[in-house]
Write a protein that binds this ligand. Structure first.
Ligand SMILES: [Ca+2]
Ligand SMILES: [Ca+2]
Ligand SMILES: [Ca+2]
Length: 291
């Protein structure tokens, strides 16, 4: 079997970048609250000419997760027995109730054993309250689909003014429509964007400029839960004579998907028509749109 080369970096960057991009389009807001205007340069304040060669100050970051209430740990497998147990992750920063403060959606993983028992909540949603405090509102928000989450992409697919969530995962994906006030309904099947297989990255963009954002989904490798390759079971699962996890080398890849938004709450999968179906089934992890 011919070796294939992974096409993209892991998807975490994509989701962060996507979220930041989306948010940047909303005026008057910033990540995790309002940004204070930058202080004036000392030279300017004293009336002296600014030194163009002076280096900008290095920003200092402090971990405030505990005091902010962001205490839920990401689910994953320590053993990483299979390639799917090495995957998952992603965060979306978006304002789910349009109150001017960013809320946080985090993708949860799972394990093979837990998935066989029904899986785990695919995402956790925190609402940002006052003073950089966050409250876990996942259940109240209706984000209750269980499975094995891999990524998330945020956009207002129905143009009602509320940002919606598309969550990728192993086995199926989920489209949550934001009903307002951070409450969601699962419209996946009605919309026709369930997909399947091993979806990883996702990104929204209006490729045909009809006013409705469309959706691209990248997929990784074919994983059959009933026939999981174990450590050392083929030449691809050994490294210098040491049995290691199988994959992605030697594994069958999966195609990618492009969903055209028809503007009535439904989508049409057009990847073949558009020439982006990835017929060679290279390993897809992330996706980003650009001109
Ligand atoms: Ca908010
Ligand atoms: Ca919406
Ligand atoms: Ca469109």
């Amino acid at each position: 079997m011919r070796l294939r080369t992974p096409r993209a970096r892991p998807s975490l960057f994509l989701f962060l970048a996507l979220s930041a991009t989306l948010w940047a389009q909303r005026p008057g807001s910033s990540a995790l609250g309002r940004l204070a205007p930058p202080p004036p340069a000392k030279q300017a304040a004293s009336g002296k000419k600014a030194n163009s060669t002076a280096k900008p100050p290095v920003p200092i970051f402090k971990d405030i997760a505990q005091q902010a209430g962001l205490t839920v740990s990401h689910l994953s497998s320590n053993e990483k027995r299979y390639v799917i147990e090495s995957m998952s992750g992603g965060v979306g920063l978006f304002d789910c109730d349009n109150d001017g403060k960013l809320d946080i959606v985090m993708v949860n993983g799972s394990t093979v054993d837990r998935y066989r028992q029904g899986g785990d909540l695919m995402v956790t949603l925190w609402h940002q309250d006052a003073d950089l405090k966050f409250t876990d509102i996942t259940q109240k928000a209706g984000l209750t689909r269980k499975g094995w989450g891999m990524g998330v992409a945020v956009a207002d697919f129905d143009n009602d003014g509320f940002l919606d969530l598309y969550v990728t995962g192993y086995g199926r994906n989920v489209l949550y429509r934001n009903k307002g006030n951070c409450t969601f309904e699962d419209v996946t099947d009605k919309a026709g964007v369930r997909a399947g297989g091993f979806s990883t990255g996702a990104a929204w963009a209006d490729y045909d400029r009809d006013g409705n954002v469309d959706l691209f989904v990248s997929r990784y490798v074919h994983v059959d839960m009933d026939h999981l390759p174990v450590f050392g079971s083929s030449k691809f699962c050994n490294f210098k004579g040491v049995p290691v996890q199988c994959g992605p080398w030697g594994m069958q890849g999966e195609s990618d998907l492009l969903f055209h938004n028809k503007g009535d709450g439904t989508f049409e999968e057009v990847s073949k028509k558009a020439g982006v179906s990835d017929p060679n089934q290279y390993y897809g992890l992330g996706v980003i749109w650009g001109d």
